[in-house]
Design a protein around this ligand. Structure first.
Ligand SMILES: Nc1ncnc2c1ncn2[C@@H]1O[C@H](COP(=O)(O)OP(=O)(O)OP(=O)(O)O)[C@@H](O)[C@H]1O
Ligand SMILES: [Mg+2]
Length: 434
């Protein structure tokens, strides 16, 4: 590693010394909270700390679509307000009133509530009888103060996402810290392993519209569906989606890029949002293969994703770009874990590189995987349109992609059944003799 690289890595090292060697990657499972739909929410708080928590929640990606306003004054302010204004989709009322008075205020509030408006009460007493009384009166949820931003988001998610009727998939976005670092390769292999190991449906959405390699990598001549969906997202439904996807295996489908250069691709962040939302309503895992570009829609996909994987080659430019990405994501997604890091093409012959330990320390992220440069395996697999596992299940990278897939899905590898020892038949005989 050059002096320059070394000092840059060092500068960025914020006093942490991550013990990378031998450390097992074990990311905490993210919150199960799901995005809240486009609803209007008005809150009337009594305690400034509650107002602060709700305000913090409004900055979260899961509330990006809803309109939230936070007022003070508790139940009396809410009652006064709705005497004159129509009620929103959801009213949140914090109250420290004694039980009888609380119920009277809520009854008054109910008089001006439009049908379809839900009410959530934040109270300061843990009382089952009160809870039952509130539910009997049609209150959707009773939360006990003090509440944190994430607890509030989870409660809303529970109200608006019914796990029985709304299958909502996880969006995993893959981006390279630079072009050509293997981000698409990592995305496709991880997605494929996920579909095989978890026996779960996975869609790879190729958002590299002009140069995407998903069709090539899976040896398909796909319907180039994603541009059509992005052009008129309002037309996309389950039936059209089915037509636009190309099935690669029993459980893996690709939403392929057109890969032609005679048209302009003006993708809007909203169109991207809508399309990915519809895909995630239909499959449990959506792997989004992002190009290495920086546009409003790329940023939006990253900020909204459930998991993010940054693939980087261990050199200085990758480190700088990855650091910028990580900083932005940590800052804008403060209720989520940091993005995941995959270091790729490590130990490329004759290339000086930043050590994994230094790279990880500078980013303050333990890499999920460190994949070595292996031109033969990767080159042959790519040329044959195969995944690494299909091409060579014994390759080190094949095992690494399996581990990556499980880690991204927050699952552990199923324990292999113990092979019987070579001595087993003899031991068995001895036991019979006894
Ligand atoms: N660990 C590796 N060892 C050797 N070759 C690799 C490795 N990982 C990826 N490659 C090869 O590097 C090339 C670029 O990979 P890929 O297209 O996945 O990168 P990308 O980051 O998606 O690029 P782009 O910026 O064009 O989207 C491919 O030919 C791939 O087979
Ligand atoms: Mg790519």
């Amino acid at each position: 590693m050059s002096n320059h690289a070394s000092s840059a890595a060092h500068d960025m090292q914020a006093g942490t010394d991550l013990a990378i060697q031998g450390e097992e990657y074990d990311a905490p499972a993210p919150s199960k909270a799901r995005p809240i739909p486009r609803i209007s929410i008005q809150a009337f708080c009594e305690d400034p700390r509650t107002a602060e928590a709700l305000q913090a929640a409004t900055a979260d990606r899961r509330l990006a679509k809803s309109h939230v306003s936070v007022h003070m004054g508790g139940a009396p302010a809410a009652v006064a307000h709705y005497l004159e204004s129509p009620t929103p989709n959801l009213i949140i009322v914090e109250t420290t009133l004694p039980k009888a008075q609380m119920l009277t205020e809520l009854d008054r509030l109910a008089e001006s509530c439009d049908s379809g408006t839900k009410v959530v009460v934040i109270g300061h007493v843990n009382d089952v009888l009160l809870y039952r009384e509130l539910v009997r009166r049609g209150v959707s949820e009773y939360l006990i103060a003090p509440i944190g931003a994430m607890q509030f988001i989870e409660a809303l998610s529970g109200l608006y996402n019914d796990p029985a009727t709304d299958p909502v998939g996880n969006i995993i976005a893959f981006i390279g810290a630079k072009g050509g670092v293997g981000s698409s390769t990592v995305c496709h292999n991880a997605a494929w392993c996920m579909s095989e190991l978890l026996k779960s449906n996975v869609v790879v959405a190729d958002l590299d519209l002009a140069f995407g390699t998903t069709g090539l990598d899976f040896n398909q001549d796909p319907v180039q569906g994603i541009a059509e969906a992005l052009q008129s997202p309002e037309r996309l439904d389950e039936v059209l989606l089915d037509r636009l996807l190309t099935k690669c295996s029993e459980r893996l489908s690709i939403f392929a890029a057109p890969v032609v250069l005679d048209r302009d691709y003006d993708i809007s962040a909203e169109a991207c949002d809508t399309v990915l939302d519809i895909v995630r309503q239909n499959v449990p895992f959506v792997a989004v293969d992002l190009p290495h570009t920086w546009t409003p829609w790329v940023k939006r996909v990253l900020l909204q994703a459930d998991e993010i994987v940054i693939t980087a080659v261990p050199d200085l430019a990758n480190l700088r770009n990855a650091k910028n990405l990580v900083d932005l994501l940590k800052q804008s997604r403060n209720n989520d874990g940091p993005p995941h890091l995959v270091i790729n093409m490590a130990k490329t012959p004759k290339r000086p590189e930043i050590s994994v330990k230094e790279f990880a320390s500078a980013l303050e992220i333990v890499p999920m995987q460190v994949i070595e440069f292996d031109s033969e395996t990767f080159g042959l697999a790519a040329n044959n349109g195969q995944m690494i596992e299909e091409h060579s299940a014994k390759a080190k990278a094949a095992q690494q992609f399996r581990e990556l897939a499980l880690a991204l899905a927050h699952r552990r590898e199923p324990k292999e059944e113990k092979k019987p020892s070579a001595l087993a038949p003899i031991l068995e005989k001895l036991r019979l003799k006894r």
